[in-house]
Design a protein around this ligand. Structure first.
Ligand code: HEC
Length: 101
């Protein structure tokens, strides 16, 4: 029983730290958490462009994952807002936009 209680507390704590709906698809996460700095179509703004022809296009996935997880310069860290799966989903979404415009 103690273990169950502990797990419930861990789940509650994890849920309360997540400001973005964990079931939101990558595109929704992007719109909620990233578009205000990187632009609606990844054309850039406060942050650099991420779409086709951007610097991010020529960087490895690891570099993008690290930037999103830890933050970089004026970009905040998303470690406490997003799950690792969501961050990977975002990188996949960014790659899709880079390929298809
Ligand atoms: C407060 C504004 C802001 C928000 C919100 C933000 N970013 Fe950024 N982002 C930046 C800035 C500024 C940089 C450039 C940092 C630097 O100078 O290296 C950056 C850099 C990046 C990079 C690295 C680009 C490269 O060429 O290496 C990626 C990838 C990235 N952001 C993705 C995201 C994603 C995905 C989100 C949403 C989860 C997000 N950003 C939210 C401002 C922001």
């Amino acid at each position: 029983m103690r273990l169950v209680g502990f797990l419930v507390i861990v789940l509650l704590l994890t849920a309360s730290c997540t400001s973005v709906d964990p079931t939101a698809s990558a595109i929704e996460v992007y719109e909620q958490a990233c578009a205000r700095c990187h632009g609606n179509s990844m054309g850039g703004g406060v942050g650099p462009a991420l779409g086709p022809g951007s610097d991010a296009e020529s960087k490895p996935d690891e570099s993008l994952l690290t930037a999103i997880t830890n933050g970089r310069a004026r970009m905040p860290s998303f470690r406490n807002q997003l799950t690792e799966a969501q961050i990977r989903g975002l990188v996949e979404y960014i790659r899709t936009v880079q390929r298809d415009g």
